[in-house]
Design a protein around this ligand. Structure first.
Ligand SMILES: Nc1nc2c(c(=O)[nH]1)N[C@H]1C(S)=C(S)[C@@H](COP(=O)(O)OP(=O)(O)OC[C@H]3O[C@@H](n4cnc5c(=O)[nH]c(N)nc54)[C@H](O)[C@@H]3O)O[C@H]1N2
Ligand SMILES: Nc1nc2c(c(=O)[nH]1)N[C@H]1C(S)=C(S)[C@@H](COP(=O)(O)OP(=O)(O)OC[C@H]3O[C@@H](n4cnc5c(=O)[nH]c(N)nc54)[C@H](O)[C@@H]3O)O[C@H]1N2
Ligand SMILES: [Mo]
Length: 770
């Protein structure tokens, strides 16, 4: 009998059916540490907050494009599919004819769902390549600063991320593992495209069992918990990691413990960077005392750690959260610089990590090979934005912005088309985004649920969930390909993104080009066969499609077995034969190119620059708490916030905000109290949880609570931290998001608690008679 499986970013699940055929999900038996996030998935995808029918904002239907001030306020009118698709096709035709394709934004950032074929962005990209193009985005919310920086100074982030030294090699060789921002198991629940085997718990346990010492610089103790190990927790002040790393490098150099040979043969720019570290030009040595004042970490501990690091095989790692901050380029450049000074880059167990624990992938030994994707085609429109500059684009059309050494202009966007992402979850300063969102003439959204993103659209097209589709799952460095089976019928009238776009393409005259005459089943087989060809070239044998479909799973085993992975091993062994793709072919501790851009907020080497919002800033007098808005452990971003697991974690019906007992006592707040978190940008309600595993002065409100601006004065009644975060680029180099640099104040909420309306669909009305 055919084995039924379904795949989500947070895990692979077997489908069991009772006598009546009712499905139930259980974790894949090969998974040693399954994530609970998926277990309440089936119920959640049957909840009434699903979008069941196409719907159009009443004001848009009556008055046509424009009238954006009604978004998020006006009721919706449900319409049939044909009418909805005709409206979207008509709008696309109108806007393209009148203003050209550069007036359409289909950058549509977001995680959507696992599954290669039904990946919403892939489908949308393909659609717009055939439709004459659209404005798109560059880089990610996850790690834009690292992406733009690292390719210039060491190697592309995408390469490094999939090339982390594996856990077994670390256990065999590393004797000291120093992490900034931990190795959070909560985050390693996910792999984009589908986690299969969760390995971080065992990886850390193995490291500890082998006697490797583990040190965690983080405002949050639980960011690094290894079974069977005493982890040293150093509660660093948020956003000061750069200072700590500079000091660790400075102390090493000052003592002459640095690896002069490695710096000579594999790096450029050490001369200049060491002058900065030692303070030869500015008179300020970036030593342990200097860093202690900024970071709150005792100077003695930093000096001792620096000695331990250079005498031991050491891995230094940084979470991505560090670079989602103002000047987020700097901690990553300093991390690479510190590893270069220690001289262990490319050795087993040594060097640097750029995200152990951020996802399940880093540290895997399973082979990396390029599985096939839906062919994207070419987008002829050149206009783009750095992904996190969406509100700037809408508010400042035609104005210039800097990015990666160039100056570009924001396009004038009239139509926004989004599928598979939730800007009303992911963007900073949501009140500002909502203002920007009034500007376009028309906003079309494919959504599964009536979240704030759907509620702020003009035309909402109901999309199926992954459990409602057959598909094919492959994720980077996961050990298996999985045949996904449809577990549930589509909710209401929901359709697959592919089907929606195929119907639009047919209306616009390129239906056959979009589908290439293939149905869904044929596309899935086509993707499998293309992937199989790639696999064979990488030395991995995969079964014929029919066998795979029946078995549900194909193991991706390379001929000759899996091999240890050591990041930058070949470059280390022979930097002449295997140069890096940087301008010099080496690690750049000084970059002529970046220096040449003349950016005051990102000069030619790793430096300390104060963010505008951190605990050392003047603003801390009014807003004395640093907000950590990390990834939620009970969901993926905003996805499944309405499911049982996430709801069970709420406090007083709101997202929990964790704070140190001293900070709570100073404000008269008790565990379980409703509190108001606020700054000049906005406010939200949240439920207090006291936690001595936080650095005092730091509060932690994880992301993902659906934005619900129905609280007092338009505040969020539910606890979305992005009403508080600042919408500013990391620097003029990368323009990434700066969600980690945010100051707030908090008080006990004594008013009448407003109801949480986040999970209620909008109001619907019948069409006005005309
Ligand atoms: N303050 C703060 N903000 C952050 C971060 C932070 O650390 N702090 N992290 C940032 C990061 S790293 C990221 S990656 C972003 C994440 O931001 P997003 O990826 O935008 O967040 P999701 O909630 O996953 O949004 C996915 C949306 O797609 C919908 N969806 C799922 N599957 C499908 C499908 O098949 N078709 C369609 N049409 N829709 C589908 C879901 O219902 C959901 O609304 O958030 C960023 N924002
Ligand atoms: N369960 C779950 N897992 C996820 C996701 C999810 O939504 N849910 N999202 C996924 C995505 S899209 C991404 S990009 C990754 C993100 O991976 P990360 O960026 O690593 O995730 P975060 O949880 O934001 O941050 C990790 C930890 O860094 C710490 N931190 C914050 N600021 C600082 C600082 O200034 N200094 C130091 N030293 N530490 C700091 C916080 O305590 C936090 O717990 O996670 C992925 N994993
Ligand atoms: Mo991300």
């Amino acid at each position: 009998m055919r084995r039924e499986l379904t795949v989500s970013h947070w895990g692979t699940y077997e489908v069991e059916r009772d006598a009546a055929g009712e499905p139930r999900l259980v974790p894949l038996r090969d998974d040693p540490d399954p994530s609970p996030i998926g277990l309440s998935m089936l119920d959640a995808y049957r909840a009434p907050v699903r979008v069941g029918r196409p719907a159009v904002r009443a004001g848009w239907l009556e008055r046509g494009p424009g009238s954006g001030e009604g978004r998020g306020r006006e009721p919706f009118v449900e319409v049939g599919w044909d009418e909805a698709l005709d409206l979207v096709a008509g709008e696309l035709r109108r806007v393209r004819k009148r203003y050209g394709n550069a007036a359409v934004f289909a950058g549509s950032y977001g995680w959507a769902s696992a599954g290669r074929f039904h990946h919403a962005q892939s489908q949308l990209r393909r659609f717009y390549a055939l439709a004459g193009g659209s404005v798109t985005h560059r880089e990610t919310y996850s790690y834009a600063a690292a992406q733009v920086l690292l390719r210039r100074i060491v190697a592309p982030m995408e390469q490094l991320e999939t090339e982390h030294t594996d856990w077994a090699t670390l256990a065999a060789h590393a004797r000291l593992f120093v992490s900034f921002g931990g190795v959070p198991r909560k985050n390693a629940q996910v792999s984009p495209g589908g986690a299969v085997v969760h390995r971080v718990r065992d990886g850390l346990a193995r490291l500890a069992a082998a006697g490797c010492r583990i040190v965690n610089f983080s405002p949050v103790r639980s960011d690094l918990e290894a079974d069977g190990a005493a982890v040293e927790w150093i509660p660093v002040r948020p956003n000061t990691d750069t200072a700590v790393m500079l000091a660790l490098a400075c102390e090493t150099v000052r003592d002459g413990r640095h690896d002069t040979v490695f710096l000579e043969t594999h790096c450029v720019g050490f001369e200049r960077w060491s002058r900065y570290l030692l303070g030869l030009d500015d008179g300020v040595p970036k030593d342990a005392e200097w860093a202690a004042r900024l970071s709150g970490v005792p100077a003695g501990r930093l000096r001792a750690l620096s000695r331990e690091m250079s005498g031991t095989r050491t891995m230094v790692n940084a979470a991505w959260a560090l670079q989602r901050a103002e000047h987020g380029e700097q901690p990553y450049w300093a991390l690479v610089g510190l590893a270069a000074v220690l001289g262990q880059v490319g050795l087993p167990g040594g060097g640097f990590g750029v995200g152990y624990g951020c996802e399940n992938g880093p540290g895997s030994r399973h082979p990396r090979w390029p599985a096939a994707r839906v062919p994207a085609g070419m987008n002829p429109v050149g206009a783009f934005i750095p992904v996190a500059r969406i509100a700037d684009m809408l508010l400042h059309p035609g104005e210039p912005f800097d990015y990666d050494g160039g100056t570009h202009r924001y396009p004038e966007v009239r139509l926004v088309h989004w599928a598979g992402g939730n800007p009303f979850h992911h963007h900073q300063d949501l009140n500002r985004l909502a203002r920007a969102w009034r500007r376009p003439e028309t906003i079309v959204v494919h959504e599964q649920v009536w979240n704030a993103h759907a509620k702020h659209a003009d035309i909402v097209l109901p999309a199926t969930a992954s459990v409602e589709r057959d598909d094919l799952a492959f994720a980077v460095r996961e050990p298996m390909a999985v045949a996904m089976s449809q577990v549930l019928p589509p909710y209401g009238e929901a359709r697959d993104d592919h089907a929606i776009l195929a119907a639009l393409a047919a209306r616009l005259g390129f239906g056959d080009a979009f589908t290439e005459g293939r149905g869904t089943a044929q596309w899935i087989e086509w993707l499998y066969e293309r992937s199989r060809e790639h696999a064979v070239r990488a030395g991995i044998a995969m079964p014929p499609y029919a066998v795979f479909r029946e078995a549900g799973i194909a193991r991706l085993e390379p001929a000759g077995g899996e091999r240890p992975v050591v990041m930058l091993e070949a470059f280390r062994a022979d930097p002449v034969a295997h140069p890096l793709a940087t301008a010099s072919g080496r690690i750049e501790l000084w970059s002529d190119a970046i220096a040449g851009f003349g950016l005051d907020d990102c000069p030619g080497m790793a430096v300390w620059r104060e963010p505008r919002e951190w605990l050392g800033a003047p603003l801390a007098a009014r807003f004395p708490l640093h907000l950590v808005s990390d990834q939620p452990h009970t969901k993926l971003h905003s996805q499944l916030d309405h499911a049982a697991l996430s709801r069970a974690n709420k406090v007083a019906g709101r997202e929990p905000v964790r704070m140190h007992p001293d900070d709570a006592a100073a404000r008269g707040v008790a565990d379980g109290d409703l509190v108001r978190v606020f700054n000049d940008r906005g406010a939200c309600l949240a439920g207090a949880v006291l936690d001595d595993g936080l650095r005092p002065g730091v509060v932690r409100l994880s992301t993902g609570a659906w934005w619900d601006p129905t609280g007092p004065g338009g505040s969020c009644a539910h606890g979305n931290p992005n009403v508080l975060t600042r919408d500013v680029g990391t620097s003029r180099l990368a323009q990434g998001c700066s969600s980690s640099s945010c100051l707030v104040q908090l008080e006990r909420y004594s008013g009448v608690p407003p109801a949480v309306r986040a999970f209620e669909p909008p109001a619907f009305v019948r069409r006005a008679r005309g």
